[in-house]
Design a protein around this ligand. Structure first.
Ligand code: MEV
Length: 308
């Protein structure tokens, strides 16, 4: 039997602009994770059990573009595994789906690692990451690759599309409240809507992406110098630019507002937007009070996490 786990992730700064070559900052969230067990099966076939999404099926009964089926087909093809031995694959995840927390990338990474270990096909992190990026492209159109990178390496990442992975140091730990609107939103759609805006007026949106790039570089410097209190204003500015890009929503804006009113130093949506999650920067001793206020404003759930 082989098991593997991969964490969730949140984007601190730079989502969407990162698709256009600007930098972004993201960190793993280890409180939430996807876990995969692979064992030899006593019955013929590849049996997939994913109770969180109510999936109990044999691989051949799934459409080939099903997210889990596509990982398996691509994996067996890439390693020339034929015939494929009978397997029982169990997938569980505590990462909310379609909420900007990297659930798809985490399932892909954990599944590949468990398969490669069970079938004795050694994979480096770089190979896992490249493979996961190919899978992200199948389902998300034009992803930057930030989700699969953070989830694969499980490290804070200063990410620029197409460049080697660069991590960053956290000079002094800081606390975030992550809050879920409970609304699922497909990143693919918000990314495609931003592309339509960009295609219609490249000069305007390149300028907006540049402004986000400046915020991200500034935020990296503040985080590395331990000046995390300065991040609040940067989050607010980044959120305003994401609103301009039409990827916020009334629900996200309402949670962001309630975080600010209840004592957060700054707040913004995180990830693809339109639904999913927002993040609020808080003094550690205010985290519970801010989380409570965000829940009262309608958040489905909150996670308090320390970035260190
Ligand atoms: C999604 O987590 C982040 C986006 O910037 C899309 C991407 O980078 O692929 C919205």
């Amino acid at each position: 039997m082989a098991t593997a786990s991969a964490p969730g992730k949140i984007i601190l700064f730079g989502e969407h602009a990162v698709v256009y070559g600007r930098p972004a900052l993201a960190v793993p969230v280890t409180q939430i994770h996807a876990d995969v067990d692979v064992t030899a099966s006593s019955r013929p076939g590849i049996w997939i059990h994913a109770p969180d999404v109510n999936l109990h099926a044999e691989l051949s009964s799934l459409p080939s573009d099903h997210p889990i089926a596509s990982v398996l087909h691509n994996f067996f093809f890439a390693f020339g595994i034929s015939p494929v031995p009978s397997l029982d694959i169990s997938i569980t995840s505590t990462i909310p789906v379609a909420s900007g927390l990297g659930s798809g990338a985490a399932v892909t990474v954990a599944l590949m690692r468990a398969l490669s270990s069970h079938l004795d096909k050694l994979m480096t992190d770089e190979q896992v990451n490249t493979f996961a990026y190919e899978i992200e492209k199948l389902h998300h159109g034009t992803p930057s690759g930030i989700d699969n990178t953070v989830v694969t390496y499980a490290r804070p990442v200063y990410f620029i599309k197409g460049q080697p992975i660069e991590t960053f140091k956290v000079g002094a730990p800081f606390t975030l409240v992550i809050a879920d609107t409970g609304i699922s939103a497909l990143t693919k759609e918000s990314v495609s809507d931003v592309r339509k805006l960009w295609e219609a007026d490249k000069v305007r949106w390149e300028k907006v992406f540049d402004e986000i790039g400046v915020i991200v570089r500034n935020a990296k410097e503040k985080i590395e110098n331990g000046e995390w209190r300065a991040l609040g204003a940067l989050m607010d500015s980044n959120h305003a630019l994401l609103q301009e890009m039409t990827v916020s929503s009334p629900e996200l804006d309402s949670l962001v507002e309630s975080a600010r009113r209840s004592g957060a130093s700054g707040a913004k949506l995180s990830g693809g937007g339109r639904g999913g999650n927002m993040i609020a920067l808080v003094e550690k001793d205010k985290a519970a009070q801010v989380a409570e206020a965000i829940l009262s404003a309608g958040a489905r759930r909150t996670i308090i996490t320390e970035i260190s």
